[in-house]
Write a protein that binds this ligand. Structure first.
Ligand code: PRP
Ligand code: ADE
Length: 181
């Protein structure tokens, strides 16, 4: 079994959660087994250790992006910055509002989180409509940083997010996908 199929076999699908019609792709089983968690993180670490792709900062999207993003940053020896849902960050922020598969949200980033010249890998667990990652990218770019790549474990291609993100010019790296959402 290749890495993608191995990781996919540890994702649990929960039908009709958090709303009827949503097939929720639950990554918690990936994190729960230490051997699987290591394979997951090492896959990202190996990619971003490469000199050409090595970031100066890893930015993680609230909340599941924090779990993988902070470990990735630690392993790469770079800083981690959280992009949080509105109302959680205490210092001055920039903000963006966007639509989700089920609802809408506003995300914020501290104004001193990144600087012009930073090369940022922006990471989350999953791309659905792509709204969250697009909003995160806009926040980082508002502060003058370059998002060199967006990264996620799961792509839900039928929701169109990955295509939209790539069409906007973002480089995107995902480990596996689910056809049909
Ligand atoms: O591509 P999109 O349509 O924007 O959807 C993907 C986002 O939705 C989920 O987060 P959610 O907002 O449910 O928050 P959580 O991580 O706090 O559960 C997921 O973890 C991504 O962040
Ligand atoms: N179908 C889904 N499963 C898990 N997380 C999600 N975020 C948005 N859509 C999702």
């Amino acid at each position: 079994m290749d890495t993608s199929a191995f990781l996919k076999s540890h994702i649990r699908t929960v039908p009709d959660w958090p709303a009827p019609g949503v097939q929720f792709r639950d990554i918690t089983p990936l994190l729960q087994d230490p051997k699987v968690f290591r394979v997951l993180i090492d896959t990202f670490v190996h990619r971003y250790m490469d000199a050409a792709l090595r970031p100066t900062v890893v930015a993680g999207l609230d909340a599941r992006g924090f779990i993988i993003g902070s470990v990735l940053a630690y392993e790469l020896g770079v800083g981690f910055v959280p992009i949080r849902k509105k109302g959680k960050l205490p210092f001055t922020t920039v903000e963006e509002t966007y639509e989700l598969e089920y609802g809408s949200a506003t995300v914020e980033l501290h104004t001193d989180a990144v600087r012009p010249g930073d090369r940022v890998v922006l990471i989350d667990d999953l791309i659905a409509t792509g709204g969250t990652m697009m909003a995160g990218r806009r926040l980082l770019e508002k502060l003058g940083a370059e998002v060199t790549e967006g990264a996620a474990i799961v792509d839900l291609p039928e929701l169109g997010g990955s295509e939209k993100l790539r069409a906007s010019g973002l480089e995107l790296f995902t480990l596996l996908d689910f056809a049909g959402h």
